[in-house]
Write a protein that binds this ligand. Structure first.
Ligand code: NI
Ligand code: MN
Length: 226
């Protein structure tokens, strides 16, 4: 499983020969807009955690360019189906076996409205299992006890957690979250994009290190292999 970071919560995952994009927000991200051309991205699936603009901005354009299927909660799926895009609706607690592996839509504590204010369902995260690897993409969320449910069924290889604070968990809560999901290996996301979520990278890494954990912060376009 190969994971590439495109800023904020935007990720590309290559697994079982399929290309999955998570929360594509690139053309509006000052950190990534000049580095990544959304029309060059491959996608068989686009997974959306919730309806906020910093997660969905480029989903429609990429889906129409690639023919990718959008996977999200019911309300978000219906929003894109009405635009003629192929969708797979899910809801909290549900699993589905896709051709690349299993996806579960899990709880997040956040809000989820579209940029025009219309209802985007309840926000979520994803547990993705494929090629004998399991990752948790928390999406935008507070620290929540529901995270303790994930390791009851899944041994995670990587937890992708928001660390920017203000709109989501910050560093200290993300360290506790990694305890809750029983995964010491964390990829930080949702930081530095706007003034509200700027972080000190060295301080963040030191706090994780002092807690016996490994925080990875990737450059835009940088990849890791699991
Ligand atoms: Ni959000
Ligand atoms: Mn967000």
């Amino acid at each position: 499983m190969k994971i590439t970071f495109y800023g904020q919560n935007s990720l590309a995952i290559e697994v079982s020969g399929k290309h999955i994009l998570i929360d594509p927000f690139i053309s509006g991200n000052p950190l990534s807009k000049d580095k990544v051309n959304i029309m060059s991205l491959k996608a068989d699936y686009i997974l959306l955690t919730h309806a906020h603009e910093d997660h969905i901005l480029d989903a429609e354009a990429i889906a129409k360019n690639t023919g990718a299927k959008i996977v999200s909660n019911y309300e978000i799926a219906m929003h894109y189906q009405a635009k003629g895009i192929d969708v797979h609706p899910m809801n909290h607690g549900g699993n589905w076996k896709f051709d690349f592996g299993n996806v579960k839509y899990v709880n997040a504590v956040h809000t989820s409205s579209f940029p025009d204010g219309s209802y985007g369902g309840q926000p979520g995260g994803f547990v993705i299992e494929g090629e004998h690897k399991s990752i948790y993409i928390a999406g935008d969320t507070a620290l929540t006890m529901d995270m303790k449910l994930i390791p009851l069924q899944t041994k995670l290889d990587l937890a992708i957690l928001p660390i920017g604070d203000n709109f989501t968990m910050g560093i200290n809560d993300a360290i506790i979250a990694s305890d809750f999901v029983r995964c010491e290996k964390v990829l930080g996301v949702h930081y530095d994009t706007f003034g509200f979520i700027e972080i000190d990278h060295d301080e963040a890494k030191k706090k994780f290190f002092d807690a016996g954990k490994d925080l990875m912060l990737l450059e835009i376009g940088e990849s890791i292999e699991l």
